[in-house]
Design a protein around this ligand. Structure first.
Ligand code: WTA
Length: 661
């Protein structure tokens, strides 16, 4: 292993994959990687067709691999038919995995529940039959607003089994956000729970569903199905609400899967863009599942005895691909964790890894950074105090991992024997795009290294021309790939303009991130979003959404939101606000800031609360009235403005906005 400790953290220290890993890996050594890349480059469609035949069970084999006739609305394996839940469940019963543990559920309070593949299969079939008994059928949309639970995964699988398209809404979103998603998706049902448990606290879910529906406009909604998680006392609406157990307990434990075309929409997942309301990212069945399964094998090198733990929530794409679908599609054993990393103390992750002998651990840099801090404060929760010898591979997702956090993770959690896969991808890409392969790629802290075989990433300038290595630019994908976004639900025009802009020729997928490739190695480093999307604790948020929420408050005249670098959360939200009343100061400003933060929590959800609010008499604007966000970003950081401000209408305002009111 090459490890030159005397070099600075920002330098290109290289960590070779451990030899024993290379020996057994699915993609073993760089030659194997290069061979796959060459296969894709030589016969792109043949490459994907081979993988789709080898990795999925097709009810009706496909004859067409890639259909570009309606580009950029690409179709993959379009005349093939399959069922996603069949591939995740029935297939495992046939492969001799019936008695194997599929899910280990670790509740907030540490209670453990297990489900074998046979048990999960029966649960999902009953669930699917229950949905059918309510008249829910192929093509209907179902919103899932569930806590982390076996039932949450079963709800997704049950929708897939009957061909209903699910849209999972993260439990941290407000009633209003939930209502907007129900309306946009035209959902016929919501599956929820009475309450969820997080960090010892009871959080209402059903009550928020009631509030969302009371806001009105959900004209397509007929059913609310409620999983009893805590037994908390919640109101019930006769005729509309059903307990999950009442719906499913008496159902048969078999349910013939609904065979769907490969392009059938498996799910819609809302995510933030730079403008407007959240976009309903629509994913396919065949292409999506292929990549979910294949990246489990390639990136995570999943073996039959592994215990895989992805700490994401099913409300985000990571929880879709690497909890609800990927691990099951390859017959893995996985942890589904209800709680939070800091309850009952900040050693929870390490304790849980030991408790369940987790071998592959996948989490977000924000969690790592907050646990580094926690271990500094309380040495008892340092990972060195736990037996982590079961670990063989670590992963990172959702935001750039800074080299310091990478090194800490590598040394203290992986004990210098576990490769780290720094996986770059997005809601829209369906699965990993750029990542080291644990048995092949030499790792460099802070770099997601190289694209997976078949993924044609490149860096271009604003005219769509390739830029040389060493020069930053715009990250694009030059060829369609099977698990890519198919459209924005109900808004194909927005799909085209957001992801296949004419300025880049209309055929390159625009990721929305900046990137740079290393001059010597060609390794990619993501330099951050190039649009108005923030990444706070690995959660994507549009500045416009937060601004709209703020100006919806009757006391607010104007608002501008920018990201500010944050040691723990990556970025934090800083809002500059002009009130209709005189600019508040002192206690009054504090009180109003608190009020506005709570307001944003109600409008969008607690995750969108600005960390800081600064009040001004005005915002810095050009003479044509454009808000100068660039300057606001400098002010938020607490740096001095060095740019020319002579074009500003009101340069004096900068002084006022320098610090909190
Ligand atoms: C960022 C999460 C650097 C990036 C799977 C991207 C990353 C956005 C990484 C997508 C990484 C994700 N290194 N940045 N390894 N992974 N990002 O849709 O800005 O919630 O565009 O998907 O997160 O966030 P999303």
């Amino acid at each position: 292993m090459v490890n030159q400790d005397n070099q600075g953290l920002q330098e290109n220290r290289v960590f070779a994959p451990p030899a024993e890993f290379v020996a057994n890996a699915a993609i073993s050594g760089m030659d194997a990687y290069n061979k796959l890349c060459a296969e894709a480059a030589g016969d792109y469609e043949g490459f994907w067709a081979r993988l789709a035949r080898e990795n999925l069970d097709w009810h009706k084999p496909f004859t067409s691999t890639l259909d570009e006739s309606e580009a950029p609305f690409y179709k993959w394996f379009a005349d093939g038919e399959l069922n996603v839940s069949y591939n995740c469940l029935d297939r495992n019963l046939k492969n001799g995995n019936a008695g194997k543990t599929a899910i280990i559920f670790e509740a907030d309070d540490g209670k453990v529940t297990r489900a074998t593949y046979q048990e999960l299969y029966e649960k999902v079939c009953k669930f699917a039959n229950g949905l059918k008994s309510r008249g829910i059928k192929k093509g209907d949309r179902v919103v899932i607003y569930m806590p982390m639970s076996i039932e949450g995964v079963a709800a997704m699988q049950a929708c897939a089994r009957i061909g209903a398209t699910h849209s999972v809404v993260f439990g941290g979103f407000s009633a209003k956000s939930l209502q907007e998603r129900i309306i946009d998706a035209g959902a016929v049902a919501v599956i929820t729970a009475d309450e969820q448990m997080r960090g010892g606290k009871h959080l209402p879910l059903k009550t928020i569903v009631d509030e969302a529906l009371a806001l009105g406009g959900c004209t397509t909604m007929k059913d609310v199905i409620v999983y009893k998680r805590t037994g908390g006392n919640i109101p019930f609406v006769e005729g509309r609400d059903t307990w999950l157990h009442d719906l499913v307990d008496a159902q048969p434990a078999e349910c013939e899967p609904e065979w769907v075309g490969a392009e059938h929409p498996l799910f819609i997942l809302y995510t933030s863009g730079s403008t407007g309301t959240p976009k309903g990212v629509q994913h396919s069945s065949g292409g999506y599942l292929l990549w979910a399964a294949l990246t489990m094998k390639w990136t995570f090198d999943l073996k039959p005895n592994d215990v895989f733990w992805c700490t994401a929530d099913i409300g985000w794409v990571t929880g879709h691909t690497y909890i609800a679908y990927g691990p099951l599609a390859v017959g893995g054993t996985e942890i589904v964790f209800e709680g939070v990393p800091t309850y009952p103390n900040a050693g929870r992750f390490w304790e849980t890894i030991d408790k369940h002998k987790v071998s592959i651990f996948y989490t977000a840099p924000t969690a790592i950074r907050s646990l580094i801090k926690a271990a500094d404060v309380d040495p008892k929760v340092h990972p060195k105090n736990y037996d982590l010898s079961s670990l063989r591979l670590l992963g990172s997702v959702g935001e750039p991992i800074n080299p310091e956090a990478w090194m800490w993770y590598y040394k203290n959690v992986g004990r210098e024997k576990c490769p780290i896969v720094d996986t770059f991808w997005q809601t829209e890409t369906g699965g990993h795009m750029i990542t080291p392969l644990p048995g092949a790629t030499p790792m460099v802290p802070g770099s997601c290294t190289l694209p997976l075989p078949g993924i044609m990433t490149a860096i271009v300038d604003e005219a769509g021309q390739d830029v040389p290595n060493g020069q930053g630019g715009i990250l694009v994908v030059k060829r369609p790939w099977p698990s890519m976004i198919r459209t924005i639900w109900g808004n194909p025009d927005r799909f085209k303009t957001s992801y296949f802009p004419e300025e880049l020729g209309g055929r390159m997928y625009l990721a929305g991130d900046g990137a740079i490739r290393n001059k010597e190695t060609g390794y990619f480093t993501i330099t951050g979003r190039i649009d108005d999307v923030l990444n706070v604790s690995g959660h994507r948020m549009g500045t416009m959404e937060i601004e709209s929420a703020l100006v919806a408050n009757p006391i607010v005249a104007e608002a501008a939101v920018v990201g500010k670098p944050d040691d723990t959360t990556g970025e934090s939200i800083c809002a500059f606000v002009v009130l209709k009343q005189a600019r508040p100061t002192g206690e009054e400003a504090k009180k109003l800031a608190l009020e506005l933060r709570n307001w944003v929590a109600k409008e969008i959800g607690p995750i969108a609360k600005p960390k800081e609010i600064r009040f001004g008499d005005n915002l810095p604007k050009t003479r044509s009235g454009k808000i100068m966000r660039r300057l606001l970003r400098v002010l938020a950081k607490g740096e001095t403005i060095t740019q020319d401000v002579s074009t500003l209408e009101n340069p004096a305002i900068l002084e006022q906005l320098k610090e909190a009111s």
